[in-house]
Design a protein around this ligand. Structure first.
Ligand code: FAD
Length: 465
């Protein structure tokens, strides 16, 4: 039996990889990655510079891991729907094995590939989530739209099982197959490397998981909301690219204490996001709550640019914007504050922010990003009431008490005393002068007043919803 194992950018690992193990168990294995112009055309690659960097690193790491086991990664350039059936014919492949994706565009791709493969079987394995989307049902047999009952049902009904071991040996790939196509460099795609990103690949991801288990898990419940502390796992890009499977992370982080329990609850938010998108593909373009479909979002390019570049005059919002562009990462609390600010304070369409995040996040993930944006804008599933408007000042004081997060990303406020770090506009002029802050010149005055912006959002929403 000759199996083509199609790696598709969300399962770049050799451990806990069902398709790879199944192929190895039954004969010859051809591991393939397709350089599809959907992602690799330079105009598309420039839309995901940080994810592209991690993807290329992850592919190089995967090739190394396959070579250590006697195999190697084959590359082919072209549209997946054409390249995969073509290689299947040229290489006399008996079946194609891959992991399932939740996204609607991926499901369409897979439908077309299956059609083009004709009689050759195309087998999709679970593994993107802990249990298959659609497998958890309410008492009435429906799907969940609220997180807490979803998580409770998971606790009652789900068994993610144990991760599979990596194969110790793989059959060699025949010499002539797949020669000629090389992995492009970032420069080939018109991109420059960003040294501030974490490294991509199964090896670095395992090290991150190990160090989080040793140093972060126990205190996770206490520290996870603090923007100024490294209190979270930083595994989101690893879960997105599948450098680690979510089942590996789940199994490595069990325990009855508050730290592990809170952490696993966050993994269930990821699970919820994927189950939801698989059942409601429209969410990538529409708000969950139909009433928000006609919401009168403003068009204000100056406000949009200020938000993107970190010049709103609200230090936490600006820190989030700059961390995103610099590190391809934003602390979860800062994501919530910044996203809420865009939609509620500035009344700008949350979908613009969602696309901006997807472009710059190294962990940019359609399902999790969409859930986070709809939740923050108040138009999504779950119990977050739409009329709750985050106050960026009180959020900053609570979750960045000494202002270290702000000072790191907004260095022009570095010398401002803690008391005014989240409200520079309230600082006496002598304090500002001593800290070298000149409002309107070195740091902006707030582009909106919090109370007025809050009232404007509530009035607009009440009239429309
Ligand atoms: C506006 C907005 C946009 C977001 N966009 C993304 C995105 O594109 N990709 C992404 O992975 N997460 C996204 N999140 C969720 C969350 O912010 C990140 O998963 C988290 O900050 C990643 O850091 P970490 O790995 O250290 O998380 P940890 O706190 O260590 O959590 C562990 C894992 O649980 C999952 N997780 C944690 N919180 C959430 C959540 N609220 N929703 C879904 N999964 C969660 C992630 O896989 C994460 O890696 C978004 C949240 C918001 C509010």
């Amino acid at each position: 039996m000759r199996s083509l194992v199609w790696f598709r950018g969300k399962d770049l690992r050799v451990a806990d990889h069902g398709p790879l193990l199944e192929a190895a168990r039954t004969g010859e294995v051809l591991p393939l990655f397709v350089l599809d112009p959907y992602f690799f055309a330079p105009e598309r690659a420039s839309q995901l510079p940080h994810r592209m960097q991690l993807l290329l690193e992850g592919l190089a790491d995967l090739d190394r891991a396959l070579r250590e086991r006697g195999s190697r990664l084959l590359l082919a350039a072209g549209r997946s729907v054409e390249v995969v059936p073509d290689r299947v014919r040229r290489w006399n492949v008996d079946r194609v094995l891959a992991h399932r994706w939740s996204e609607p565009f991926a499901q369409e791709r897979d439908r077309r590939v299956a059609e083009a493969l004709g009689p050759v079987p195309f087998e999709l394995f679970e593994g993107e989530t802990l249990v298959p989307p659609g497998s958890l049902r309410t008492g009435q047999g429906g799907s969940f739209r609220v997180f807490t009952p979803f998580a409770r049902a998971f606790g009652r009904q789900a068994d993610p099982g144990r991760p599979l071991s990596a194969p110790t040996w793989l059959p060699p790939v025949p010499e002539q197959e797949g020669a000629g196509t090389l992995l492009p460099s970032l420069a080939d795609l018109g991109l420059s490397p960003n040294p501030n990103l974490l490294s991509g690949g199964e090896g670095p991801a395992r090290e991150r998981l190990e160090s989080f288990r040793e140093d972060g898990l126990e205190a996770y419940d206490r520290d996870r909301d603090r923007m100024d502390l490294p209190g979270t796992s930083r595994l989101s890009q690893d879960l997105h690219f599948g450098f680690l499977s979510v089942r590996q992370v789940w199994n490595a982080t069990g325990g009855q204490e508050a730290g592990p329990r809170t952490f696993r609850n966050e993994l269930l938010w990821r699970e919820f996001a994927h189950h939801l998108l698989a059942e409601e593909p429209r969410l990538l373009s529409e708000p969950f709550r139909p009433a928000f479909g006609a919401f009168p979002w403003r068009k204000d390019d100056a406000a949009w640019e200020a938000w993107c570049e970190g010049r709103t005059g609200y230090p936490v919002v600006d820190a989030a914007a700059r961390q995103l562009l610099s590190e391809g990462f934003v602390h979860n609390r800062a994501r919530m504050v910044a996203a809420s600010f865009l939609a509620k304070h500035l009344l700008l369409d949350y979908r613009r922010g969602e696309a901006h995040y997807l472009r710059w996040l190294a962990d940019g993930d359609w399902a999790c990003n969409n859930l986070g944006w709809q939740w923050s804008a108040g138009c999504g599933v779950d119990a977050q009431p739409w009329f709750r408007v985050f106050n960026p000042v009180t959020q900053g004081r609570k979750f960045d008490p000494a202002g270290d997060y702000v000072r790191r990303w907004v260095p022009e406020l570095e010398s401002l005393p803690d008391r005014w770090i989240h409200t520079p506009w309230e600082a006496p002029s002598a304090v500002l002068a001593q800290a070298g802050v000149h409002l309107g010149r070195t740091y902006p005055v707030p582009i909106v007043d919090h109370s007025q912006a809050r009232a404007r959002f509530l009035d607009t929403a009440k009239a429309k919803l």
